[in-house]
Design a protein. Structure first.
Length: 688
């Protein structure tokens, strides 16, 4: 069944631009679909469509606001928006289910299968966004203004690519025998915690909850709160590669006796907690508590009160960096020999800038109490060892610089010259932080998760009238990526790096100028712009990517700034040659001349001639005067004159004069006429 849905009752205000988070393939395989059911053409409400669906059906909801509280029970289905069929993320923002604070927006009963999927929706204004009593897949949704975004009870599953924001309690809450993978999500600005996990008494197979590659930012209490109960339960919590930032109380806070109000008691919980390769920044405390906690390869910076507190008992704190905390650590088992106390040099994404002491400072393997906590393959990190913190930087300790570009000289253009132009403006714009200006960042970033583009602008001048034979944009790569970016022309050049952000960035023209595939770290790459740059003027580009392994380039504020290199050629010079004329004859001929006795030979030329004597193999003498002069020849007595050139050749002599040219030859011979041979050069007197 294919039913098209038109939105109705659009009461929810426009959401902020959603962060693009890549959705990987589902962990659980989907059953064959029995059909697609569309709301409202097939059924007027979402609940009616769910009721009519059978296992394997996909319920597709068209854009609009739907005031419903849904129940999924007794079947395994997919509930989604047009995002499911198009991949267009605008349908996530525009397809809204409003729970009106009457209960959970969506309740999933224990009678459904683990392949049940909820994807591509805005879930809004519920006592819980989703209340789940079974394992399921929750992908690429936006949870806004709910109590808990998701409340798992004896359930769990895969939680990937969602945004949880503005909740009155927690982003995600785990109770009872729940286990899950929580990855690539954003939990921000919730009133209590980004993630809360309760360790209710439990005996049985180990329950694992893995929290990785998330951003837990600005929550009112903790980024992650772990709550213990009287009996120690068989749980392992893995917290790895997360950014845990600006939470009002603790980044990862441990409480006991079922208490959820964070009071910095730093509880001595005995459950295994692994905190690996995270970046903690700007929290009041980074970590509090834990008697069986492993903290390795982390960065603790900007904690207003303390970095870590009372991580003791059997715990280990090793290979971490501390910087700019009120107090770095207290009452904790810190391995000082492997710890760093230095500025980590974080960029605006809280990754590592070039030169950071955290680069290659981690350990690739860690064994705790006889168990391997992690063992990274060399292919999973760049350099000699893993970096510290949540993002592997792909920097080498000593990058190989090709050269540092400079502003081109202002010399007068010459044919075939190379001209180098520095950018007027460049900046990254970020869909996740759409109002943020990144003008001062040392990096230009292009990525699809989160969506980050960069813009760059050049002023080309001084080439008017020259033929541009080549134009190349040169960028220095600061990390490896499988996609260097797609370069589009921007027609609006009236933007400035000091004010640009995602909201006001000019859109790109639809014509693709150039693309880069794989780019290697610490190398210059060149983008051919010859077809684009044809004359003086302003030129702007916007660069995007379709992959999630960000490409990063040095910006104009970075160590190796971009530059535009242009090769231009001028036409051949046409200015007359005013130098003293020279004889162009390359071979001096042998001249035989038979002249009677006592010959006076006079050439008199007036006006301004061009004199050319040309000798050909047939010894023909040609005299050409331009312009036509007054020409007088006088012979006394009247002779018979013959000129013979030996050897036969072609010679020419061109003389340009502005005055009278006189050539005089006087010969004296015996009285008896005989044939004599003379070898001579005709002297020429030039008067100027």
């Amino acid at each position: 069944m294919n039913i098209k849905v038109r939105g109705k009752n659009r009461i929810f205000s426009t959401m902020l631009t959603i962060l693009a988070v890549t959705t990987s393939l589902l962990t659980f395989s989907r059953p064959a679909r029995a059909g697609n059911i569309r709301v409202p053409e097939d059924y007027p409400t979402i609940q009616a469509a769910i009721n009519a669906a059978v296992t394997g059906d996909v319920v597709i909801v068209s854009p609009g606001t739907y005031n419903e509280n849904l129940v999924i029970a007794g079947k395994t289905i997919t509930l989604t928006s047009l995002y499911y069929t198009t991949g267009d993320r605008q349908y996530i923002d525009s397809t809204i289910i409003n729970g009106r604070l009457l209960g959970p927006v969506i309740q999933v009963s224990s009678s459904v299968g683990p392949e049940t999927t909820i994807q591509g929706l805005t879930i809004y204004n519920g006592l819980d966004g989703i209340s789940a009593f079974t394992k399921l897949n929750i992908l690429d949704n936006r949870f806004n203004a709910n109590d808990d975004g998701i409340d798992f009870s004896d359930s769990g599953g895969l939680v990937r690519g969602n945004i949880f924001e503005n909740g009155t309690d927690d982003g995600v809450d785990f109770d009872m025998k729940s286990e899950a993978i929580v990855e690539n999500n954003i939990m921000r600005n919730n009133h209590e915690d980004g993630i809360e996990i309760r360790f209710q008494d439990y005996v049985g197979p180990t329950l694992n909850i893995t929290i990785r590659n998330n951003q837990l930012i600005g929550n009112g209490q903790n980024g992650i709160q772990l709550i213990g109960y009287p009996a120690t339960s068989n749980r392992v919590i893995n917290i790895e590669h997360n950014l845990i930032k600006d939470n009002s109380r603790v980044g990862v806070g441990l409480m006991d006796n079922a208490q959820s109000g964070e009071d910095y008691r730093a509880a001595s919980l005995l459950e295994r907690i692994n905190v690996i390769n995270n970046t903690f920044s700007g929290n009041k405390y980074a970590i509090t508590g834990g008697d069986n906690l492993v903290a390795v390869n982390n960065i603790f910076t900007g904690s207003t009160t303390m970095g870590i507190k009372n991580i003791d008992g059997n715990s280990v704190v090793s290979h971490n960096l501390f910087w700019n905390n009120g107090t770095d650590h207290s009452g904790s088992n810190v391995d000082l020999s492997s710890s760093l106390f230095a500025n980590p040099l974080l960029d605006l994404d809280f990754g590592l800038q070039y030169g950071s002491p955290a680069i290659d400072a981690g350990t690739a393997q860690f064994i705790f109490q006889g168990s391997t906590i992690f063992d990274y393959l060399p292919s999973t990190y760049f350099g000699t060892a893993p970096d510290l913190g949540w993002l592997e930087s792909n920097f080498l300790n000593e990058p190989t610089a090709i050269h540092t570009p400079t502003i081109p000289p202002t010399s007068t253009p010459r044919p075939g010259d190379t001209f180098t132009f520095a950018p007027l403006d460049d900046a990254t714009v970020n869909n996740f932080s759409p109002g943020t200006n990144y003008a001062s960042d040392a990096l230009l970033i292009v990525d699809n998760s989160p969506i980050e583009h960069f813009l760059i602008k050049f002023q080309v001048d001084g080439l008017n009238g020259l033929e541009i034979t080549q134009a190349t944009l040169n960028l220095y790569v600061n990390n490896e990526s499988t996609r260097g970016g797609d370069f589009y022309l921007v027609l609006d050049n009236f933007w400035a790096e000091e004010t640009i952000n995602w909201y006001n960035a000019p859109i790109a023209d639809s014509t693709l100028v150039a693309s880069l595939d794989t780019v290697a770290i610490n190398n210059w790459v060149s983008i051919d712009l010859t077809s684009l740059i044809t004359d003086d003027g302003l030129y702007s580009l916007r660069v995007s990517s379709t992959t999630t392994d960000a490409a990063k380039y040095s910006s104009k504020e970075g160590e190796f700034p971009p530059f535009l290199e242009i090769i231009a050629a001028s036409p051949p010079a046409t200015t007359p040659d005013l130098r003293t004329p020279t004889d162009t004859t390359t071979t001096t001929p042998t001249t035989t001349q038979i002249i009677p006795p006592t010959v006076t030979f006079t050439n008199t030329v007036t006006a301004t001639p061009t004199l050319t004597n040309t000798f050909t193999p047939t010894a023909t003498v040609t005299k050409v005067f331009t312009p036509t002069p007054t020409f007088t020849e006088t012979f006394t007595p009247t002779p018979t004159e013959t000129e013979t050139i030996t050897p036969a050749l072609t010679a020419s002599r061109t003389v340009t004069s502005t005055a009278t040219v006189t050539k005089t030859i006087t010969l004296a011979v015996t009285s008896t006429p005989i044939r004599e041979e003379y070898f001579y050069f005709l002297p020429c007197i030039f008067s100027y």
